[in-house]
Design a protein around this ligand. Structure first.
Ligand SMILES: [Zn+2]
Length: 304
């Protein structure tokens, strides 16, 4: 048990996916952050620096570093309204990504329609220059991660207010051992399958209860299940992680997922009492300084 727990802590660190906070409301009254008193101090957390950048660096697109320790040059914004998607929580200004991620989201939004999903509600991607964030995620730093709500896009354009305050629907049952049958539908399996089958996708993170449902509903072609990994949180959305683009040598991806579907007994640990009902603990304080990120991230930060 100790070894398992230790392995999990390692996996947590290496996967770089923090607890998912997609259901935090936004605001219609966003105030600019106050300037930093000592922006050049080596102890200034990198999140304070990257969190203050409101525009991308107009350079060639480049993901630098690892999903939970890096940054992004040449980011592109996902348009807030597409034919089959809408961006949520606009006040966060996190609809930025590497063009590979933008291309994937546009492709998924279209193919999702074909499996009966009305369109995507897109949550957090990355900040304009990537990097650590003041709130939420440990990852999403290199422009290759995106959160997609498990609530379909409605047939109308959402108002500014709805985009800040509307909540997605929790897919996990109250006992956390399976999906909630009153809200879960097979179309959600088809949607996640469609995303997982995309060649650009490296991993997908979902709640273990959702993985359990996917295992049950996958049908004969189960090859895509290996990419879909159980993780804490992710009750309301799934998290898609794109592979490092081939021409971005400073981008460090994850090794291929372990062999097998990750169904059956491998899932049991997630439903053990200690995991379902962990003792309360303080959230980790993230104070990573700029020097801990890849050196190229300094240029991304200081570029005009
Ligand atoms: Zn995420």
């Amino acid at each position: 048990m100790m070894r398992l727990a230790f392995g999990l802590v390692l996996a947590l660190l290496s996967a770089g996916v923090g607890p998912a906070l997609a259901q935090d409301p936004g605001t219609l009254d966003k105030k600019p952050l106050p300037p930093l008193v000592h922006p050049d101090s080596p102890s200034t957390p990198a999140k304070e620096l990257f969190g203050r950048k409101t525009e991308p660096v107009p350079l060639a697109a480049r993901s630098i570093g690892f999903y939970s320790s890096g940054c992004l040059a040449g980011a592109v914004a996902l348009p807030i309204n597409g034919p089959t998607w809408q961006v949520m929580r606009l006040s966060r200004n996190r609809n930025w990504g590497h063009p590979t991620l933008i291309g994937f989201l546009e492709r998924l939004a279209e193919s999702a329609k074909k499996v009966g999903w009305n369109g995507l509600l897109v949550g957090d991607m990355s900040q304009p220059r990537g990097g650590p964030m003041l709130t939420g995620h440990a990852s999403h730093q290199v422009g290759l991660d995106a959160d997609i709500w498990l609530t379909p896009m409605p047939d109308r354009k959402l108002s500014a207010e709805e985009r800040e305050f509307m909540s997605a629907v929790n897919m996990v049952a109250e006992d956390r051992r399976d999906v909630e049958s009153k809200v879960w539908t097979h179309t959600r399996t088809e949607l996640i399958r469609t995303a997982a089958q995309d060649a650009d996708v490296e991993r997908i993170f979902v709640n273990a209860a959702i993985k359990k449902a996917l295992c049950r509903e996958a049908g004969p072609d189960r090859s895509w299940l290996a990419k879909v990994r159980p993780w804490w949180g992710h009750d309301y959305h799934f998290h898609v992680r794109i592979r490092c683009p081939a021409d971005n040598p400073d981008c460090h991806g994850q090794p291929p997922p372990a062999e097998g579907e990750g169904c059956g007994s491998e899932l049991n640990w997630w439903f053990s009492d200690g995991v379902l009902h962990p003792p309360p603990s303080a959230p980790p304080k993230r104070t990573t300084p700029l020097a801990a990120l890849p050196p190229a991230c300094r240029q991304v930060l200081v570029a005009p």
